[in-house]
Design a protein around this ligand. Structure first.
Ligand SMILES: *Cc1c(COP(=O)(O)O)cnc(C)c1O
Length: 400
């Protein structure tokens, strides 16, 4: 059913009314998400400048890594220049190489697939499910069953002839994927899981485990729009100590430790996070729980208000999980592009920044030729998802 113009008008009006009642009347555009930078951030960054150690070696890097690892219950954290490079290093760590195929959702930010491409591999798109917006374990199993063929212990795509090397679930908007079910499928097909936890710092699965530690290896992002920022940055979380050592070496130009000689034993990356960024991150990490608590209070206020609004619903965390509610999400009842466009226009014109879902990756010109299963749920969600203002400065516990 296509929404009529009057229906679209009333849906827009209702949404704007909810946003006004929780966020107030905007004096200027209320952004989707903005970082909170305070006195501690200024102090740590100034301390870093005063020390003269602004580049990739320095005490803040090590301290920041310890805090990140602790927050995610990971044995090792390696901080790098951004989330995309973190994912690429994770994929290499999981054994992904040139000519492989990697299962990724189409419903994600483009970096998930780009990191696969940067390894010389090809993303293979599988659909999302509506309880978490993450990779659908049932459709994943169906797809692997349909295209997969074991040659020895390794799985190959019998249609493309490429080896299937890994699965990358993404915790969309901070909502934990159904990892237990996905892991069972991964085990059956002997595939490693690389977790894209870029949006999910501080989220927990329903067994109490932290996102970023639900598989052996995971990537985080500290981009300016994420829950904790270093300006730009990312982290590789690794449980295995030997692998962590290798990946740290791979991200740090492959330089062998020596007081004065430059000897490099592998063709490596220069991906390490500068000390200056780590100083900012250290200040931010101290406030992670405060940020999450403010964001969850905002989400809870939205959830209450949207309960009595027709034409849409507020997307809530799966029972038993703790989402960090990185981006709050409204799901329109109807999948109708003109309705979505009108809602986006009306809310933005009313001073509230709202955004649609990223264009599904399988529809991007760069990935039109990538293999894919049925993506009907992703296509439906893309017409219905509206992200609404989500910063930790907003709502009943908004941080000033
Ligand atoms: C932000 C993000 C990334 C990449 O992080 P950058 O730091 O921007 O490179 C990867 N995956 C997802 C799902 C993200 O949201």
């Amino acid at each position: 059913m296509i929404a009529t113009i009057t229906e679209a008008n009333s849906i827009s009006r209702n949404l704007v009314a909810v946003l006004r009642s929780i966020l107030g009347l905007p004096k200027k555009l209320i952004p989707l998400h903005e970082p909170i930078l305070g006195r501690a951030e200024r102090k740590w960054v100034t301390d870093c400048l005063d020390s003269g150690w602004v580049s990739s070696v320095g005490p803040f890097v090590t301290r920041f890594e310890e805090e990140v690892a602790k927050a995610c219950s990971a044995r090792n954290a390696i901080v790098v220049s951004n989330g995309t490079s973190a994912l690429q290093v994770c994929l290499i760590g999981a054994g992904v190489g040139y000519g492989d195929e990697v299962i990724v959702p189409s419903l994600t930010f483009v970096a998930t697939a780009n990191a696969v491409s940067h390894c010389g591999a090809v993303p293979h798109f599988v659909d999302a499910e509506t309880a978490t917006l993450g990779l659908d374990p049932v459709k994943l199993a169906e797809r692997l069953d349909q295209i997969g063929e074991f040659r020895g212990a390794q799985l190959f795509n019998r249609e493309t002839g490429r080896r299937v090397a890994a699965i990358v679930p993404v915790h969309i908007f901070g909502h934990p994927v159904q990892m237990q079910a996905l892991s069972a499928v991964a085990d059956k097909y002997h595939l490693p899981i690389v977790e894209d936890a870029a949006e999910a710092l501080g989220s927990f699965d329903n067994d109490g485990r932290s996102c970023g530690s639900l598989s052996g290896i995971a990537a985080l992002s500290f981009n300016g729009n994420k829950i904790v920022t270093t300006g730009g940055g990312g982290a590789v979380l690794v449980q295995d100590d030997d692998l962590a050592k290798k990946l740290r070496h791979l991200s740090t130009t492959g330089k062998l430790p020596h007081k004065w000689h430059f000897v490099h034993d592998i063709v490596a990356f220069n991906y390490r996070m500068p000390n200056l960024n780590a100083a900012l991150g250290l200040a931010q990490m101290a406030r992670l729980e405060e940020f999450i608590s403010a964001k969850r209070a905002l989400a809870s206020a939205y959830a209450d208000m949207f309960q009595n609004i027709s034409g849409m619903r507020f997307f809530r965390e799966r029972a038993g999980t703790r989402s960090n509610y990185w981006l709050n999400t409204v799901l329109l009842d109807e999948a109708d592009e003109s309705l979505r466009e009108q809602v986006l226009a009306d809310t933005n014109n009313a001073g509230f920044q709202t955004r649609p879902l990223w264009m599904p990756l399988h529809e991007l010109p760069i990935y039109l030729n990538s293999p894919r299963g049925d993506l009907s749920v992703t296509e439906n969600l893309a017409l219905r998802i509206i992200n609404i203002p989500s910063g930790a400065s907003l709502g009943p516990q908004g941080i000033s």
